[in-house]
Design a binder for this molecule. Structure first.
Ligand SMILES: [Zn+2]
Length: 248
């Protein structure tokens, strides 16, 4: 049995009285666990398993199985503010989907802190700022997962790229390309210097910039294409799609 900091990413009812939850944890990465009796009126889980709640999970890990047992959950941080607007909720669900789909290898618990910060930033943002906060958190998660795109030098020949250059961005090749290598990524999206600086600041966790809505949409598209290329193994990212559609 381990006790570890965790955030509830997803949950669904299982049989009459139980729930199965997905948790991002500090010590075991992203795991699925069954909370037996969680739906009973006087369950020891109480409201603790609401979406995006943070706390300490008491987990019985079953090494040979994908489904572990959640023995208890001491909630320390509910996040009802995320349900306060559709924008916030869609954004939080999209970050959770990113963790669920790609966080299972995260044995070091690197993503928990980034997720926590991202959810809190979204929860304290007015609707117009939510998409920028979400983009920043998503790129930091991508970086923690080890997929950060190359931006300061060419992803192919490693030649430095000037800060003011508008260059093509090759999703498959994993970043910006110099003019010589541009033909390696036919049809690549062109990334203006300003957009590249914004991406860099998000990845390095610097204070976010607020974007006008056209730039925010361009960044949403870039992020989705990048996730699909690098992480999505052909399966649709549904929460990202509805987040993107809902931000328009
Ligand atoms: Zn190059």
């Amino acid at each position: 049995m381990i006790q570890t900091e965790a955030i509830v990413l997803h949950g669904f009812d299982y049989r009459e009285t139980s729930r199965i939850v997905r948790l991002a944890t500090r010590d075991a990465g992203v795991v699925s666990a069954i909370a037996r009796g969680a739906k009973r009126p006087k369950s020891r889980f109480g409201q603790g398993l609401d979406l995006f709640t943070g706390g300490v999970a008491h987990l019985l890990l079953h090494p040979s199985r994908d489904l572990h047992t959640l023995v208890g959950f001491d909630a320390t941080r509910a996040r009802p503010e995320l349900a306060g607007s559709l924008q916030r909720f869609a954004a939080a669900a999209a970050l959770a989907e990113l963790c669920i789909r790609f966080g299972s290898e995260d044995a070091q618990g690197e993503i928990l802190g980034v997720l926590e910060q991202g959810l809190d930033a979204i929860g304290t943002s007015a609707d117009p700022e939510v998409s920028t906060r979400t983009l920043a958190a998503a790129w930091q998660l991508v970086a923690e997962l080890g997929f950060a795109p190359t931006l300061e030098h060419c992803a192919s020949c490693h030649r430095p790229i000037g800060t003011d250059e508008q260059v093509p961005f090759g999703h498959r090749i994993g970043g910006a390309l110099c003019r010589t290598c541009a033909p390696l990524a036919p049809g690549a999206r062109s990334l203006p210097a300003e957009a590249r600086r914004t991406l860099q600041s998000w990845i390095s966790g610097e204070a976010d910039r607020n974007l006008d809505s056209a730039s925010a949409r361009a960044h949403q598209r870039l992020l989705r294409e990048f996730l699909e290329e690098h992480l999505a193994d052909g399966r649709a990212l549904r929460a990202w799609a509805s987040w993107e559609a809902g931000s328009r």
